[in-house]
Ligand binder design. Structure first.
Ligand code: KG4
Ligand code: ZN
Length: 356
């Protein structure tokens, strides 16, 4: 019997257990994280070693630097996760790892480490899609949350409205045709001289500003559920360049507030329209930009007006972490996911859903 055949049998046994403990590994970008999650909802530990300070001086994530730092950190992060949960490898039922989408070299560190662990410990390995992990971060925060729901996915690499039908299947309702919204936040922040990662700094500056600037951009996607952020980004960049050329003052707070209002308006209006069209009353937000305070305020307001329920992850689970991967792995397991092959490799891109 091959490793996979043996482990698929083992997974059948694990599915029948009342307590399933998953050791999950995440290394898709600049966070090395290991978590231990029980039954998909209880986080026994979640250790995150962030490289933000390292990448700050480059103004963004340098892939090669990220991989090197994952290699240095991963063993200690894993040991620390076991220590904080007061467990040993014997208490773990299976290993889960993010295998895509993300930076290839960064992902490879987590995937190789996970394969080594699984093989050496003779435990099954589940390969998890990072984006599905972001959605699962809500299952940790909201213990009774279950599909179906509509999900607004807003991360550094993706922006989409998804119709989540069950734990396994979801349908793409709309998505960005160019930049992801997090990427747009980061680029606009950079042009204004705000440090990496830009999103949270724009959020902070916007609270001190007034949204009194109108950025002129052509929105060709009106009437669809798709988004375009590159026009907005260019409008802000041109506005800032213009002021710089004229040696005029750049009011970062007002620019941040105006930019954020425009982007959040797009996201929230289209999401609410999609929910009405799909006759859904449950909205789940996922991905790093779900940490944005104005997005939270706007969606809360609009969901209240429409009688919709709103679910957002706890702040610490908004951005990349392994707990969400452990949660996702549990629901994948319970919905029939089989053990990964030992030749599993990292993927820089993965389809979001069946109809993408
Ligand atoms: O989901 P995530 O951690 O990584 C990806 O899977 O891409 O998202 C990272 C993105 C970055 O672009 C970051 O600037 C953005 O999330 N972000 C925010 C905030 N916190 C993080 N954007 C706006 N407001 C925030 N508070
Ligand atoms: Zn992410």
């Amino acid at each position: 019997m091959t490793y996979k055949q043996k482990m698929d049998e083992e997974l059948k046994r694990i599915r029948n257990k009342s307590q399933v403990r998953i050791l999950a590994i995440e290394s898709s970008c600049d966070e090395t994280s290991v978590a231990i999650v029980e039954n998909g909802r209880e986080v026994l530990s979640c250790v995150i070693d962030t490289q933000i300070e390292i990448h700050k001086r480059f103004g963004g994530v340098v892939p090669e630097v990220a991989s090197r730092n994952h290699i240095q950190a991963i063993d200690n992060v894993c040991n620390e996760a076991l220590k904080q949960a007061n467990l040993t490898f014997d208490d773990i039922d299976l290993i889960a790892v993010t295998y895509g989408a993300g930076l290839l070299g960064a992902l490879l560190v987590g995937v190789s480490f996970a394969k080594g662990l699984a093989f050496a410990l003779n435990k099954p390995l589940l390969a998890i899609n990072h984006i599905k992990g972001h959605i699962a971060s809500n299952y940790i925060t909201h213990k009774n949350l279950q599909p179906p729901f509509v999900c607004l996915l807003v991360s550094g690499g993706h922006t989409a409205i998804l119709n989540v039908k069950n734990y396994k299947n979801f349908e793409l309702v709309g998505s960005t045709v160019d930049d992801a919204v997090g990427e747009c936040f980061d680029k606009v922040a950079r042009i204004m001289g705000l440090s990496y990662p830009g999103g949270v700094n724009i959020d902070r500056m916007a609270t001190k500003g007034t949204p009194n600037i109108e950025f002129t951009h052509k929105n060709i996607l009106n009437g669809t559920y798709n988004f375009s952020f590159s026009g907005i980004k260019t409008a802000v960049i041109n506005y800032v360049h213009n002021l710089k050329q004229k040696n005029e003052e750049i009011n970062i707070s007002n620019i941040s507030a105006s930019f954020q209002k425009l982007v959040v308006g797009e996201l929230s209006n289209k999401t609410i329209e999609a929910m009405k069209a799909l006759k859904s009353k449950k909205l789940v937000v996922a991905g790093g930009v779900s940490a944005n305070s104005y997005l939270k305020d706007e969606l809360t307001k609009k969901c209240n007006e429409n009688g919709f329920e709103l679910f957002m992850p706890e702040l610490k689970y908004c951005t990349d972490n392994a707990a969400m991967i452990g949660s996702c792995a549990y629901f994948e397991l319970m919905n029939g996911m089989n053990c990964a092959n030992i030749d599993l490799t990292a993927k820089s891109t993965l389809p979001l859903c069946q109809n993408e």
